[in-house]
Write a protein that binds this ligand. Structure first.
Ligand code: FAD
Ligand code: NAI
Length: 474
């Protein structure tokens, strides 16, 4: 007889495992299917999805290790600290990263036990409507569910004629595991992964060349931030970013890879030891049995959902990277919580307009809400406050005064419409702006809040004051 649950979640990434935990907390009988290919020491699939295994967590571990190494070489001298003969041991760095991944992924199995979530190792797919509601197959076993949450996530997009072996030509998976620092590293795509992983290997000594198809850099960011990022990454840090590139043939050679490309109508070639392909991600809907039950999937492979992540089928929901909206772990997790609460009869809510973005380069880039170019295109009247970290006491003490906070507020109502930061610790600073926007605060509200001194957050305060042209320290 088929095992039956109130809720079966397909996919154990941030969207899926969080949905399962919340459903368990709410007293629902819940199971989570996961077919992750990277088995843990017990031979079971690991939980945590892209984020914990080959995304957010390992990349941030490497970003920190490489930043520490870089500071030892180039950042600490201004503090009077010098080290001769500083070395990096790549195996130790990768071992630390793998240990962090192992701790987090096994920690989720512990949380599943705590919240009575049944773990179903194996590939999950729809078979038919009926039984308790939906009949599924997980790794060859029949399972029935009253409600299904699809959280199958995404995988790296590939380019035709460019097979990824995760050795010489890598997507995010191989790029987190290079056993040595390549002398010359090529990257296709100057998006979030290209910049983060490019920074890791550049700081460790690789010469990094990034080939980007678009003629503009970081088009999703506010233009002022993109311009400052371009200056810092190319002029100060030496990342060689080439825009407007059309990739041609890619050939393997004894030395690595040769990429033929065209830039400004001119044929060029790039020879590198290793190549990372980071040209976006595609949703995982293959093999899900969507067609067997009539689950609607759009032309790009995303499952169609409404604002509450309801699919076109009754009692079937989809969350995270497999649906519209930003492909971010925190967005996936909040959608997971929302859906579990809706299934339990509560009101669920996720505001996609206040989902923050962070790029963990140095300086970090973080933003929430609209960019100035979006407001212009929408014909919204706005006021701007922009304050650099140059005059901030804490930034001076840290020895890093790069960047600024830019705040955009509605000209008529003063409601904050967007906040854009490029600076050290921008990832932490953005939370204040998210809270402010979630509660429809005005720049005047933020200007009247006491900010501790000396902190980086004082620049947010000054930017709010600057919207009204009354900044005090700049
Ligand atoms: P996933 O994490 O992709 O999880 C889906 C899971 O479902 C996978 O484990 C998969 O094996 C499983 N699965 C798929 N199909 C089936 C099936 N049929 N049956 C059973 N299991 C199945 N986001 C951030 O917010 N911050 C960051 O710093 C960040 N850094 C990143 C760095 C990199 C290098 C990458 C690649 C991504 C990063 N992301 C980051 C994005 C983040 O990882 C994703 O947005 C997030 O993991 C999406 O969660 P998800 O649960 O929707 O999907
Ligand atoms: P991306 O969408 O951020 O960037 C892809 C880049 O590749 C774009 O600039 C695009 O113009 C370029 N490109 C596309 N086709 C190309 C081609 N044929 N030749 C050259 N350039 C080409 O995608 P990326 O970097 O792969 O990351 C995927 C997603 O993962 C991100 O969008 C984000 O959702 C998530 N992510 C989030 C992180 C974070 O939150 N810090 C970190 C890493 C990934």
């Amino acid at each position: 007889m088929a095992k039956t649950f109130d809720v079966v979640v397909i996919g154990g990434g941030p969207g899926g495992y969080v949905a399962a935990i919340r459903a368990g907390q709410l007293g629902l009988s819940v199971a989570c299917a996961e077919s992750e290919p990277y088995a843990d020491p017990k031979g079971e699939p690991r939980l945590g999805g892209t984020c914990l295994n080959v995304g957010c967590i390992p990349s941030k571990a490497l970003l920190q290790s490489s930043e520490n190494y870089h500071l030892l070489h180039d950042g600490f001298a201004q503090h009077g600290i010098s080290v001769t003969d500083a070395k990096i041991d790549i195996a130790t760095m990768l071992g630390r990263k793998n240990k962090i991944v192992g701790q987090f992924t096994s920690g989720i199995k512990g949380l599943f036990k705590k919240y009575k979530v049944t773990f179903l190792p194996g590939h999950g797919r729809f078979v038919a409507a009926g039984g308790a509601g939906w009949q599924l197959d997980v790794g060859g076993e029949a399972v029935e569910a009253k409600h299904v949450i699809v959280a199958t996530g995404s995988r790296a997009r590939t380019l035709p004629g460019l097979p990824v072996d995760n050795d010489v030509i890598s997507d995010n998976v191989g790029a987190l595991d290079f056993a040595s620092v390549p002398k010359r590293l090529g990257i296709i795509g100057s998006g979030v992964i290209g910049l983060e992983l490019g920074s890791v290997w550049k700081r460790l000594g690789a010469e990094v060349v990034i080939l980007e198809a678009l003629p503009t850099f970081l088009g999703a960011c506010d233009e002022a931030v993109a311009k400052e990022a371009w200056r810092v990454f190319t002029k100060k840090q030496g990342l060689d970013i080439r825009l407007g590139c059309k990739i041609g043939t890619v050939l393997r050679s004894a030395a690595g890879v040769t990429v033929a490309y065209e830039q400004d109508g001119k044929a060029e070639t790039l020879e590198v030891e290793r190549l990372i392909v980071s040209v976006g991600r595609v949703p995982n809907t293959d093999g899900l049995g969507a067609e067997a039950v009539g689950l609607k999937v759009d032309a790009r492979g995303f499952i169609e959902v409404d604002a509450h992540c309801r699919t076109t089928l009754p009692d079937v929901y989809a969350v995270g990277d497999v649906v519209r909206g930003p492909m971010l772990a925190h967005k996936a997790m909040e959608e997971g919580v929302m859906v579990a609460e809706i299934i339990a009869g509560q009101a669920g809510h996720v505001n996609l307009d206040t989902v923050p973005w962070v790029i963990y380069t140095s300086p970090e880039i973080a933003w929430v809400g609209k960019t100035e170019q979006q407001l212009k295109a929408e014909g919204v009247s706005y006021r701007t406050g922009q304050i650099p970290f140059l005059a901030n006491g804490r930034a001076m003490g840290l020895g890093d005064t790069t960047g600024f906070v830019k705040m955009l507020a509605d000209a008529a109502t003063d409601r904050i419409l967007g906040v854009h930061i490029i600076a050290a610790h921008a990832s932490e600073l953005i939370s204040e702006a998210v809270v402010a926007m979630e509660f429809s605060a005005s720049s005047e509200d933020l200007a009247r809040i006491v900010h501790a001194h000396p902190t980086l957050s004082e620049v947010m305060h000054e930017a709010a004051l600057a919207v009204d042209k009354r900044s005090l320290h700049f």
